[in-house]
Design a protein around this ligand. Structure first.
Ligand code: ADP
Ligand code: NI
Length: 237
């Protein structure tokens, strides 16, 4: 099977699996990541077959929905690609992307080891910030039954993936614990350019949210956001 054909059948397969999903990890998320990854991958001169397959399969069996099992994704991708007789070298490169894209907590270095994985990670992270990022965060929070905000529950910078996984904090905390941090962790220049406007928009949103919530009162110190950026909460123990 030719590379373009494999990309096309993979897109159809993933669309079928993810249509109508309600936690912000639906087919449209995958499609946006696919398109952004193509755009970034072209600019950065990455291998576009690997980039596209990695983008399409990156959330195929996300640990967040498989009892924390980080190998569920690579396993499902391998099965799918092998059933289409893809060569082992291609399968290994795609699985490596799936293993490396995910965010693992503020204190955990998740810089991918290949250009293709860096491109897919940037595309995935762009979809977690900006207007769409805000929508997805609250969709995810609602799906998990989380509160939107709790003034007494300060954001935590998680030092390990285990700690990050266990986190059940209100959705607004997620902005401080992940979303505001993403801009400075993008891998490619193209990704960084695309992130600027989205990052600012998200900061304005949180400022406005807190103004509406607290009125004349200042928001708790742990949630202060100002023009220069976000006050970083202290690392969790
Ligand atoms: P990653 O691979 O980095 O986990 P995903 O593409 O799976 O990224 O998507 C993560 C999305 O899920 C984010 O956009 C975010 O909005 C949402 N999300 C994950 N954890 C939380 C949380 N604790 N609160 C709110 N949203 C969350
Ligand atoms: Ni994703």
């Amino acid at each position: 099977m030719k590379a373009e054909e494999l990309v096309a059948v993979t897109a159809q397969h993933v669309e079928k699996l993810f249509a109508g999903e309600g936690s912000g990890h639906d087919w449209w998320h995958i499609k946006r990541v696919w398109q952004n990854a193509l755009q970034i991958g072209r600019q950065e001169q990455a291998d576009l077959t690997i980039v596209q397959l990695g983008a399409l399969l990156h959330d195929i069996a996300d640990w967040k929905f498989h009892a924390g099992d980080e190998e569920a994704g690579p396993r499902a991708a391998r099965e799918w690609l092998a059933s289409h007789h893809a060569p082992e070298s291609l399968i290994a490169r795609v699985c490596q992307i799936i293993r490396e894209v995910t965010f693992k907590g503020a204190g955990v270095d998740t810089t991918p080891s290949t250009l293709e994985a860096q491109v897919v990670q940037d595309a995935d992270r762009l979809d977690a910030i900006g207007a769409i990022g805000i929508g997805r965060a609250f969709a995810y929070g609602g799906h998990k039954g989380r509160e939107m905000y709790h003034p007494g529950q300060a954001p935590q910078l998680h030092a390990s993936f285990e700690e990050y996984k266990k986190n059940q904090a209100p959705t607004l905390n997620h902005f401080y614990e992940k979303l505001f941090l993403l801009k400075d962790r993008l891998n490619t220049r193209t990704g960084l350019q695309m992130a600027q406007e989205r990052h600012q928009y998200m900061q304005q949103f949180v400022q406005q949210f807190l103004r509406e919530w607290h009125g004349e009162e200042p928001a708790p110190a742990a949630f202060q956001v100002d023009a220069s950026g976000v006050t970083t909460p202290s690392a969790s123990s």
